[in-house]
Design a protein around this ligand. Structure first.
Ligand code: 5GP
Length: 197
């Protein structure tokens, strides 16, 4: 990939319904492109099995979250399936200032806000072929209760309406192909003429 030092950094935003595979795809991309930083969001959600504080999220109480929001520590915040999520402002600003590529995974409202603040952000929507497939994946993941899964599926329907606002759409049919497609987007973006210094 064209080194970040010689160009404007890439702000890669990957959204998609819960269960579309965002986390695994982003993790695989980061293994292939280790220079890209991951923007760790803050949430009031309880950690799932295997989730690590500061790696997957910063897990905070609602009070803490609200205090952080009052101090303008977030670029955007959103309530999703009963929990609050926020993108850390300082991390994104530092990355852009110091010229480092980053990837983040806000839901659609967050992605729209990021695009408004940073029109150069590259928005990728990751999804699967059908609602049934999404339901199967969420059940297989076995991380959320039945009510939470229902809320996530309901949100997925409205999120799909935002696809037209994205730059790229990837159907996560086959994991390796999906990762290769996301990597191709990153690589092509690194060669955009306007980015070159
Ligand atoms: P989950 O609880 O499954 O980790 O995340 C729920 C949803 O919130 C997902 O669509 C995820 O991408 C989104 N999300 C995670 N972090 C943020 C954030 O900082 N801002 C916004 N707007 N959405 C987020």
């Amino acid at each position: 990939m064209e080194p970040a030092a010689r160009r404007e950094p890439i702000l890669l935003v990957v959204s998609g319904p819960s269960g579309s595979g965002k986390d695994s795809v982003i993790a695989a991309l980061r293994t292939l492109e280790p220079e890209i930083g991951y923007c760790v969001s803050t949430t009031t959600r309880t950690p799932r099995a295997g989730e690590i504080e500061g790696v997957h999220y910063r897990f905070v109480t609602r009070d803490d979250f609200e205090r952080m929001a009052a101090r303008a520590e977030f670029l955007e915040t959103r309530e999703y399936a009963g929990n609050l999520y926020g993108t850390p402002k300082a991390f994104v600003e530092d990355a852009i200032r110091s010229g480092h590529d980053i990837v983040m995974k806000p839901e659609v409202n967050g992605a729209m806000k990021i695009k408004e603040l940073y029109p150069q952000a590259v928005l990728v929507f990751l999804t699967v072929r059908s609602e049934d497939e999404l339901a199967r994946r969420l059940e297989r993941r076995n991380a959320d209760g039945p009510d939470d899964i229902a809320a996530r599926l309901e949100t997925a329907k409205s999120e799909a309406k935002a696809i037209a606002n994205y730059d790229y759409l990837i159907l996560n049919d086959e994991f390796d192909v999906t990762v290769a497609q996301l990597r191709a987007i990153l690589r092509a973006e690194s060669l955009k003429v306007w980015r070159l210094k």
